[in-house]
Design a protein around this ligand. Structure first.
Ligand SMILES: Nc1ncnc2c1ncn2[C@@H]1O[C@H](COP(=O)(O)OP(=O)(O)OP(=O)(O)O)[C@@H](O)[C@H]1O
Length: 248
């Protein structure tokens, strides 16, 4: 069967312009095709759940959208600020700079530094952008307080619960004013009530302020709370639905 060429998607009824437009994304690892000419528009202020079976390409898509890996073919156009940037064509250093300034990440492991306190873990995201320590710590303290962690600023990660540590990760992802926050199974290790609280905070602090959330999840409860669910299988989109009554 012939595959249609990657091209413009049908006009969308969404009220805001796309902040990210992926066209014809293809990624192959050795002999495994993780993404197969995938096209997707993500709009400013949307919450999008990426779902589908294990190995379907969810994390690979998230990493391509966020400029963590480059696709073998295709484009990821970011429309933010003054113009459009093809994330997939930037140099490594330009992509790192873009990730720090424009994107936020809530991943299960890897981004928080165990030796640092909650406050330092959040402040470091701003200090990497050149903000001085005092101003960075001031903003970090405000985010921690907004996420219910006032009084815990000086705890190291090992002295926090899983849910508290995920809130630190949310604060870190938001403190630099990220236009798009990417989360990969942000509630995967949490019990269901903590998971609901963390998800509420993640939605409020992103789409609640006009920013965009893209979340990879296996959890139907998480997907139901998002405004849109995109399902992948074998590196292709098999369904894309918007739900009434969910967050933006
Ligand atoms: N670094 C890699 N090297 C080789 N193959 C890889 C690599 N990363 C992913 N893959 C393969 O690419 C396919 C898509 O992987 P991906 O992690 O994107 O899927 P996923 O939908 O996120 O899966 P899961 O739900 O299990 O996390 C899988 O078949 C996986 O084995």
């Amino acid at each position: 069967m012939m595959t249609p060429p990657p091209g413009p998607l049908l006009p969308s009824a969404h009220p805001t312009p796309p902040v990210l437009s992926a066209r014809g994304l293809t990624k192959t690892y050795d002999t495994t095709r993780a993404l197969a000419e995938l096209s997707l528009d993500i709009h400013a202020g949307e919450s999008v759940a990426i779902m589908g079976p294990s190995g379907g390409g969810k994390t690979t898509l998230l990493h391509c959208l966020a400029g963590i890996i480059t696709p073998d073919a295709g484009q990821v156009v970011l429309q933010h600020g003054h113009g459009a940037t093809d994330v997939a064509r930037l140099s490594d250093s330009a992509r790192s700079a873009l990730r720090r300034s424009t994107f936020g990440f809530v991943f299960q492991q890897g981004l928080l530094i165990p030796e640092l306190t909650a406050l330092e873990n959040v402040a470091v995201a701003l200090m990497l952008l050149g903000v001085d320590r005092a101003a960075a710590e001031h903003s970090a303290a405000q985010w921690l307080a907004a996420l219910g962690l006032g009084g815990l600023e000086d705890r190291r990660l090992g002295q926090l619960s899983g849910g508290q540590a995920q809130r630190v990760a949310i604060a870190r992802a938001q403190v630099s004013g990220a236009a798009v926050v990417f989360a990969d199974e942000p509630t995967g290790a949490l019990d269901s009530s903590t998971s609901a609280e963390v998800l509420d905070l993640l939605l409020e602090s992103t789409t609640g302020t006009g920013r965009t959330l893209v979340v990879v999840t296996h959890d139907d409860d998480v997907a139901r709370r998002c405004a849109r669910t995109v399902r992948l299988r074998d590196g292709r989109i098999v369904s894309d639905s918007r739900h009434a009554g969910a967050a933006a």
